[in-house]
Design a protein around this ligand. Sequence first.
Ligand code: MG
Length: 400
Amino acid sequence: MLIHIDMDEFFAAVETLDHPELAGKAVIVGGNPQGRGVVSTANYAARRFGVHSAMPMAQAIRLCPQAVVRRGRMARYQEISSQIHAIFARYTPEIEPLSLDEAFLGISGSEKLFGSPVQIGRRIKQDIQTELGLIASVGVAPTKFIAKIASDLDKPDGFVFVAPEQVQDFLDPLPVARLWGVGKVTGAVFERLGIRTIGQVRQQSPQLMQRYFGNMGAHLLELANGIDPRPVVSERQAKSISNETTFPIDVVDAEVLRAKLMGLCEQVSGRLRQQGLKGRTVQLKLRYPDFQTLSRARRLPQASDHTDEIWQTCWQLFRDNWRAGQAIRLIGMGMSGLDEAAPATSRQADLFTAPQKQHLQVIDTITDDIQSRYGHHALQRGTSLRSQRTLSEKLKPKAK
Ligand SMILES: [Mg+2]
């Protein structure tokens, strides 16, 4: 059994917590309504008017003009997120964060100490509410896929437990869109086949699934049968640290791709430094509009946590594997072969022998310091900022 926890209306809830006069009002957190900003979180009072995340701010304000609009305060959300993690850590060391407000918790080792999976889930939910004044929705289930659906099913303030013998009854009536990996394209194929529920997917033969969905077919069939063997992997145990982005529209522009990749390298190397790790292998992932995915890796001469070293290798890898004009749907990069970074003293020695690395470390240290104080967006390399602008330019005709 494992637990999936997802905070309700997280950014908006933190704003209301810090500004109690917002209680009971519609609150929208997001970008600049004068520009092309989008909603990152709307609270339930605003959602009643049809506002949802990723909607253009201008549209959200038209739908719900009385809403209180706030710009996001990432550093504050991160701070609360660590407090939530501190509560998780009382009950289990197996924490796999998915984002600031969402995590899987493995609890196999915790049941002797803290009770049944349901009791543990209830206690964590209660602790978050009494200590932080925030509401979490909780799913307790035998697998990740089911726990994630469960936490979402009864939101807000949800608590859903799915016992192993209830898995099939739980899954069967749900729409196919709930299966992981079913997006617009796959969804349309199911639609054409007249398959609407997970129960109907379960009735299909492996041959049919293979014919219509290729290698993904077998995986979808397993999920529909409640089979999902992936364990909870805490960040420390993770064999790699990675990050990826799916573009809202396919991108062919080399400059946009370059800048996005640089932003990913910054984030991943920042996480290495934060966790005192160095990585030996740089990984690149590209997904094309037809969902074909290319993965390539290259070893560094020495394990590194320097943004610039990692970026240089990653960019080389990209140039060796991307044809000009090739459309990209998703771009990702990661670091594997992780070692604990050498302690400070030997790092110092390393600096004396490699003076050219000295300035890299100075830049990284200053960047980390500013980002930890003011949030990730406070400081980014010129190119990764340019990507955001260029990309929003490209999206302009669609944003209307
Ligand atoms: Mg949430």
